[in-house]
Design a protein around this ligand. Structure first.
Ligand code: SF4
Length: 319
């Protein structure tokens, strides 16, 4: 497979489409070659919900939106010490990155923001990479987070611009892109991913990758999620099967080809994959995952179950 000469800049959607539609095993083979040429360490991240629920946005997949009746335990912003204790624990469990998730439309101002800055400083001083996902940011907020030692900021595009309005109506794709632009301007590493299983078409996944390619700065991390249907949300009855898992493989492999240096992270929905399916995702180009039993409000994977995966991924000789 030959990459276009303009790669990795200015790649048009038809080029992404051509690569995405390569026969599956050829696509994965090529993505694996790219991984071998640009070896990346296994990056383990842990995500803590520091402010849960009561979010004014209406993301159709989310348990934390005020628009849906779901069974979650809401809480305001956690005390700093509690967050730093969790970060310490994450480090002891092997995490390199600690992410703070807050259910906000826009990062808060005033005392709450000051506390978040304090958390970022504390996480940095523990020797972990701090990451936040707090909704939209102003340039000033981005600057202050960067000064506090923030490594990366997560702001997912979820899907294509075309399909976005079917998933979220309380904000626009353009607003999402604006925050990503601010992050690039403030030189904060961008973490930006997608969700499979929203009811999107293949073209939406292709267009999502084409949008990533056109960002002012390549994402440092790309978290790829399989929808976790949550009762009470509009997507609570969505059924996922092999088609979505194969789409995940295509998405991972295509992203690896276009972003040889980015961390491609298996994020939510990893508990829907068998050990072998997860290994195949790593073969296709993933190099990162979330550890821990909870991922915001959803179940992730028990530590014991991940032990075999890490043994297989990290040790050359496995018995
Ligand atoms: S995904 Fe984030 S922004 Fe959307 S409703 Fe949930 S917490 Fe709010």
């Amino acid at each position: 497979m030959r990459l276009p000469e303009t790669w990795p800049m200015m790649v048009a959607a038809p080029t992404v489409e051509k690569i995405y539609h390569t026969p599956l095993l050829e696509l994965i083979h090529h993505a694996h070659e790219v991984s071998l040429q640009n070896p990346l360490p296994l990056l383990k991240a842990k995500l803590l919900s520091v402010k849960t629920g009561a979010c004014p946005e209406d993301c159709a997949y989310c348990a934390q939106s005020v628009h849906y009746k779901t069974r979650i335990e809401k809480h305001p912003l956690l005390p700093t010490q509690e967050v730093l204790n969790a970060a310490r624990q994450a480090k002891a469990e092997g995490a390199q990155r600690f992410c703070l998730g807050g259910a906000y439309r826009q990062a808060p101002t005033g005392e709450s923001f000051e506390r978040l800055l304090e958390m970022v400083r504390g996480i940095r001083s523990l020797g972990l990479e701090p990451c936040c996902t707090l909704g939209m940011l102003t340039p000033e907020q981005a600057r202050r987070l960067k000064q506090a030692g923030l490594h990366a900021y997560n702001h997912n595009l979820d899907t294509s611009e075309n399909f976005y309005g079917k998933v979220v109506t309380t904000r626009t794709y353009a607003e999402r892109l604006e925050t990503l632009k601010i992050l690039a301007q403030e030189n904060i590493a961008i973490c930006c991913g997608a969700i499979i299983g929203l009811g999107e078409a293949e073209q939406d996944r292709i267009d999502f990758i084409a949008t990533l390619v056109s960002l002012p700065k390549a994402p440092e991390s790309i978290p790829l999620n399989l929808l976790t249907p949550i009762a009470g949300t509009p997507l609570g009855e969505q059924k996922l099967g092999n088609a979505e898992k194969i789409a995940l493989l295509r998405l991972i492999a295509t992203c690896r080809i276009f972003f040889p240096k980015s961390s491609i992270r298996l994020a939510a929905g990893r508990n829907q994959l068998s050990l072998i399916e997860q290994l195949f995702c790593f073969f296709a180009g993933a190099n990162s995952l979330f550890i821990g039993e909870r991922l915001l409000t959803a179940d992730n994977i028990a530590q014991e179950s991940d032990t075999s995966l890490f043994r297989l991924l990290e040790k050359a000789d496995v018995s």
